[in-house]
Design a protein around this ligand. Structure first.
Ligand SMILES: [Zn+2]
Length: 408
């Protein structure tokens, strides 16, 4: 055991508290024991050695709340085929997965490479979604935490029964989730959510990613409905749920009893003001994926509306199949471009504490605070700045960012 160390830098960004100029983070081995002004910490810990990071910002490690590691070997479909619309993308993705396979050496190597890159970019935790267990298998090789969710989908009775049998036989620490309201039968969503709630597991689900999802739920028509019908995924018995009026997926999931503090609604691009209020009331988390939304041209999530409702979204990269780069730094920059009205601190919070809270790991990660993990980051800065311009510079650094891991 080493004695506590005072890490000094020109800026400390606790996230849960205002930025501190000439700040310090005091680390006792793997835990933070204090955060504050450098001179004050020197008085409290007079014998502690000082590690001066100079003109840098000390920030919490990032949390990528939504990724699909198992799709890391799938090249962007648009590079290979001209895709049209959201269903065109799904169709091409399914064909490429069938051709390239879901598992095997190439898929695993690509996933490992993606994991290494996440770590290089300063990510401490991943919310990983997969239709295989690859993310769980590789989790031990990630120098942080991977929460792997085995995702299910299907609308027929036969599929539903088979899935629920497998789920019932699985160990209790295995995490399951449902894919999306359009692809997954209401009962299957309900049952998977019921299990997650009983075991205290988070429950991420893709929600309102494209406008055609709401159209299918509202009217039983549209691009997505036609696509699923053509593939035999739904039959004549499909009827749009009666209770959603002119709302969409959020209202629908609320009607199923699937929204609570442990549900993570991923994407949330097409959400009405009434539905934002539902998310706030139920305490459901939101995970925004602006890079994926931009690539698929499905629209921009109403991030400002969520903040006005007191929601603190998380941020995710989604997968290599819908995003040219899996970098939360790029996601923050895209969000800033899409929503110049949102302040830098709110965006930075999404990539850190927002993600940690959504995944239920905020006791350890997401901010620099007493009791939390001392595995944080030091970001060298080129020049002296004010706290607002410093955060703005972090958000826009994108490819120029060079996070250094600090192991306290
Ligand atoms: Zn996804």
């Amino acid at each position: 055991m080493q004695p506590p160390v005072i890490h000094r830098a020109s800026w400390v960004v606790p996230v849960s508290d205002p930025v501190i100029a000439d700040g310090a983070v005091v680390a006792d081995n793997d835990r933070i024991i204090a955060v504050g002004r450098f001179h004050e910490q020197c008085e409290i810990f007079p014998d502690a050695p000082i590690k001066d990071h100079g003109r840098s910002a000390l920030i919490p490690a990032l949390v990528n709340a939504h990724i699909h590691l198992e799709l890391s070997h799938i090249p962007l479909p648009a590079l290979h085929k001209k895709i049209s619309g959201f269903t065109g993308w799904i169709e091409t993705l399914l064909a490429m997965r069938a051709e390239l396979g879901d598992t095997g050496h190439a898929a695993e190597e690509a996933a490992k490479q993606a994991m290494r890159r996440q770590h290089r970019l300063g990510v401490i935790a991943l919310g990983d979604i997969g239709n295989t267990d690859m993310g769980a298998k590789l989790a031990g090789e990630f120098p942080g935490l991977i929460l792997h969710f085995h995702e299910h989908l299907g609308r027929t009775t036969k599929t539903r029964r088979a899935i629920l049998e497998r789920v019932a036989a699985a160990p209790q620490d295995k995490l399951f989730t449902a894919h999306a309201p359009y692809s997954t039968h209401a009962e299957l969503i309900r049952e998977l959510k019921r299990r997650a709630s009983a075991l205290g597991h988070p429950f991420p689900i893709h929600v309102a990613e494209s406008p055609s999802e709401n159209e299918m739920l509202r009217r039983g028509s549209g691009e997505l409905y036609t696509f699923l019908r053509k593939r035999g995924f739904i039959d004549d018995s499909y009827k749009p749920p009666a209770a959603i009026d002119n709302q969409g997926s959020v209202q629908y999931l609320h009607g199923l009893g699937a929204l609570d503090k442990q549900t993570i609604c991923v994407h949330c691009v097409h959400v009405t003001p009434g539905e934002a209020a539902i998310l706030a009331e139920t305490g459901a988390a939101i995970c925004l994926c602006p890079g994926s939304n931009r690539y698929l041209r499905v629209g921009k999530a109403p991030a400002g509306l969520f903040l006005q409702n007191g929601l603190q979204p998380a941020l995710g990269t989604d997968s290599m199949a819908s995003n040219p780069e899996l970098s939360l730094w790029r996601e923050m920059n895209i969000l800033r471009q899409d929503h110049p009205e949102i302040n830098a601190a709110d965006i930075f919070r999404m990539a850190t504490l927002g993600g940690a809270t959504a995944l239920g790991i905020d006791a350890h990660y997401g901010s620099l605070a007493r009791g939390k993990s001392a595995r944080f980051l030091s970001i060298p800065l080129e020049k002296e700045m004010t706290d607002e311009t410093m955060l703005f510079n972090l958000l826009t650094a994108d490819k120029n960012i060079q996070p250094l891991w600090v192991i306290g």
